[in-house]
Design a protein around this ligand. Structure first.
Ligand code: 9D3
Length: 233
């Protein structure tokens, strides 16, 4: 799989993908991440990527021409194996189910917004879809693109291990959290007076299984009650 990122801050991506699972997968040739500088597709002397909003208002808006040029030169023969995604606060909410869906494409092009916004003709006539990673304000789409790449890349065949592939075939998103994870403990068995649950040291696997199930339910009820609500429907 190839991830193309279009950004006015290419340096931002030095770092996030230099370590860990995604870096190793890239090293092994399972996936590629290409960072493109939007200014490379400007035509003027000043490499202008933005302009003032029609109708007035604060800030600057990313112009359509450089973004269209970038996508059209990255994907000269765009087809159904390609997906062009605009990251923006107005997008549909990205979640694990979306990650699974996106992992089935050959190439993803991620357009990072900035400033007060992106000319709407990009969302309407260039991008296949518009995604947000959550209801909070970021300074730009770069962090969001990094999040999407990380979540999708680990689902790509051979990135983690092959135990993945069977799961991915299933109809429902395999990693959607029915419940939150159960609490984990490691040594020491007592730390500053706080003890790890006795049952986990017991070696009684049936008891351990029951404790974990119960603890996951309790933690889900406390932290994410809406997940239990979903489970009941
Ligand atoms: C909704 C806020 N907008 C009101 C004028 C301004 C604005 C804020 C932040 C416009 C763009 C941005 C930059 N953010 C993104 O490009 C972005 C984002 C986000 O802020 N939150 C969650 N997901 C995403 S994906 C891209």
């Amino acid at each position: 799989m190839v991830f193309h990122v279009i950004t006015i801050f290419p340096e931002f991506f030095r770092g996030p993908f230099d370590y860990g699972v995604v870096a190793r997968a890239a090293q092994a040739g399972k996936l590629r991440i290409e960072i493109h500088n939007l200014r490379d597709w400007t035509g003027d002397r000043h490499k202008t990527v933005d302009d003032r909003p029609f109708g007035g208002g604060e800030g600057m808006v990313l112009k359509p021409e450089p973004i269209f040029h970038a996508v059209e030169s990255i994907l000269p023969d765009r087809n159904e194996q390609d997906r062009v995604i605009l990251l923006s606060p107005q997008g549909r909410l990205f979640d694990q189910r979306e990650a699974v869906r996106l992992s089935r494409y050959r190439r993803l092009v991620l357009i990072c917004g900035r400033y007060e916004g992106v000319d709407e003709r990009v969302a309407e006539h260039l991008a296949d879809e518009e995604l947000s990673i959550g209801d909070y304000v970021l300074s730009g789409g770069e962090l969001a693109a990094a999040v999407v790449i990380d979540a999708v890349a680990r689902l790509v065949e051979g990135v983690l291990g092959n135990e993945q592939s069977a799961l991915r075939e299933s109809f429902q998103d395999p990693e959607a959290p029915a419940l939150l994870d159960y609490p984990q403990y490691t040594r020491p068995a007592e730390f500053r007076g706080w003890k790890a649950p006795e049952v986990l040291l017991s070696g009684n696997h049936e008891e351990i299984r029951r404790w974990r199930r119960q603890a996951a339910l309790a933690k889900t009820a406390r932290m994410r009650p809406e997940l239990l609500e979903k489970l009941r429907n």
